[in-house]
Design a protein around this ligand. Structure first.
Ligand code: 3PG
Ligand code: MG
Length: 478
């Protein structure tokens, strides 16, 4: 697996270790929502602490200038609870070098949000990043650097790449599991089927183009907004939902989507039916031929689920990213639930990733046992799979000269499909179920509470990414 050094092969007892993790979470009105990232890193940190390491943890929250770019104190509280160890936050204006030097074996400290530094969100070469004062100060009192977050390795920011010229650098256990899962993808197992949904349709378009161009994907099932975008590219008039595309500036993606269909249409599985919210506020499935409708589309229909399931048959590798519809809305989680259920039952290796996806999976009662691997990374995972440069990984392999990030795929706004005030408050009518698909539903289906139905989709990146108006540049195809 690459030219990496793994932390598991090191004796860490008594060593002071600076470890980059990713605690970036949904923080709304100062409230931190407990999540998979916190749980996973708490476990790793606890294990390392039990091996008598002294841990200096680096992480970010939000992006500078955004409301969620806040102190990591609530994160430290959560981690303290989860690890059953006292974890304090050290501010950047404190004498943290002395505090680190005075640490005892097994101690864990969390440095304050690295993005409180003006230069953390800039792209650097590893050499330049290693000259930054706060990087040097930390490195001077630590013996080892550990990278443990795939989800930041698409960045060439100081905390990601600045330590590698200064300290022996290792892959931590969480990153190791991510790389092991991605190895299946590197080896080009076939057939390889992608199931793409979610709201980052510009990222997805880019990815599709790359994946087909490099013959990495055999089929792509397009659900959610992505499926709707392709329908529009085929000339289908959606009706009410067209307004949503207009409002979000997504119409500029219709032409590129047409190009993608022209080149790879036969390998793209599109929705044949959709679920709309009818005039009685209930889920109603209609065939694509019944569009346009004055009601908005919130999910794929059960015929489409069956199509997607058919495409998954025999797949050796499945990569799933993003929900199939507005899963936060009662009765519109069905498409997501059934497609992910089919993925979980598949014999192939299932790699599931993305911020939206993780939230969706938790809300529809799946756990990490249902898939071969659930990645904590969203955009970084897409970037890796699409073959783009990963500065954070390059430096871990001892290659520092080319570590600066390529242009990010896109920094598109994430569309929120359900404004809070529109959310369903009444239980909606039963959805049509085929016997077969009903039998495959996960056993327990708690009716959702009014409260959870009214929740807005929580996408970790929805607030933090600046809208981008320029035409997406799809790479040349070979
Ligand atoms: C994430 O939440 O996707 C990662 O923490 C990366 O955050 P960023 O996109 O703000 O760099
Ligand atoms: Mg993300």
């Amino acid at each position: 697996m690459g030219n990496y050094k793994f932390l598991k092969d090191e004796n860490i007892s008594g060593k002071t270790i600076v470890i980059r993790v990713d605690l970036n979470s949904n923080v709304e009105d100062g409230e931190l929502f407990e999540n998979a990232r916190l749980r996973k890193y708490a476990k790793t940190l606890k294990e390392m602490s039990e091996k008598n390491a002294k841990l200096v943890v680096l992480a970010h929250q939000g992006r500078k200038g955004n409301e969620d770019c806040v102190s990591l104190k609530p994160h430290a509280e959560e981690l303290s609870e989860l690890t059953e160890k006292e974890i304090k936050v050290l501010p950047w204006d404190s004498d943290y070098e002395t505090a680190i030097k005075e640490m005892q074996a097994g101690d864990i400290i969390l440095m304050e949000n690295v993005r409180f530094h003006d230069n953390e969100e800039q792209d650097f070469s590893a050499e330049d990043a290693s000259k930054i004062e706060w990087i040097q100060k930390i490195a001077s009192v630590c013996q080892i650097f550990v990278q443990d977050a795939l989800s930041v390795c698409h960045r060439s920011q100081p905390s990601v790449i600045g330590f590698t010229p200064l300290l022996p650098s290792f892959v931590g256990p969480v990153l190791e599991a991510e790389l092991a899962a991605l190895k299946h993808f590197d080896s080009g197992e076939k057939p390889c089927v992608f199931v793409l949904g979610g709201s980052k349709i510009k990222d997805s378009l880019y990815l599709i183009n790359e994946l087909f161009g490099k013959q990495k994907a055999d089929k792509i099932c397009a659900g959610g907004l992505l499926g709707e975008l392709f329908l529009k590219a085929k000339g289908v008039v959606l009706g009410e939902k067209d307004k949503f595309f207009e409002e979000k500036g997504f119409n500029e993606l219709v032409e590129p989507a047409k190009q993608v269909l022209e080149n790879y249409g036969e390998q793209i599985v599109l929705p044949v039916d959709v679920a709309i919210m009818n005039d009685s506020d209930e889920r109603e499935e209609i065939s694509i031929s019944e569009l346009p409708k004055d009601n908005s589309i919130f999910d794929i229909g059960t015929e489409t689920v069956a199509e997607f399931k058919g495409s998954l048959k025999g797949a050796k590798l499945i990569v799933a990213n993003g929900p199939m519809g507005v899963f936060e809305k009662m009765d519109f989680e069905i498409g997501t639930k059934r497609v992910f259920n089919a993925i979980s039952k598949s014999r192939g290796f299932s790699l599931v990733g993305g911020g939206d996806t993780e939230t969706a999976l938790e809300q529809v009662d799946f756990s990490d046992k249902d898939f071969s691997h659930i990645s904590l990374a969203g955009k970084a995972l897409l970037q890796y799979i699409s073959g783009k440069k990963m500065p954070g990984l390059i430096v871990l392999q001892g290659k520092t000269s080319e570590s600066k990030a390529e242009q990010p795929i896109s920094e598109e706004p994430v569309a929120k499909e359900v404004p809070v005030e529109e959310a369903v408050e009444e239980p909606a009518a039963e959805e049509p179920k085929s016997e077969e698909s009903a039998a495959e539903e996960p056993a327990v289906e708690e009716p959702k509470s009014e409260e959870s139905a009214a929740e807005e989709p929580k996408s970790e990146e929805s607030e933090s990414e600046a809208p981008e108006s320029k035409q997406p540049e799809l790479p040349p195809q070979n």
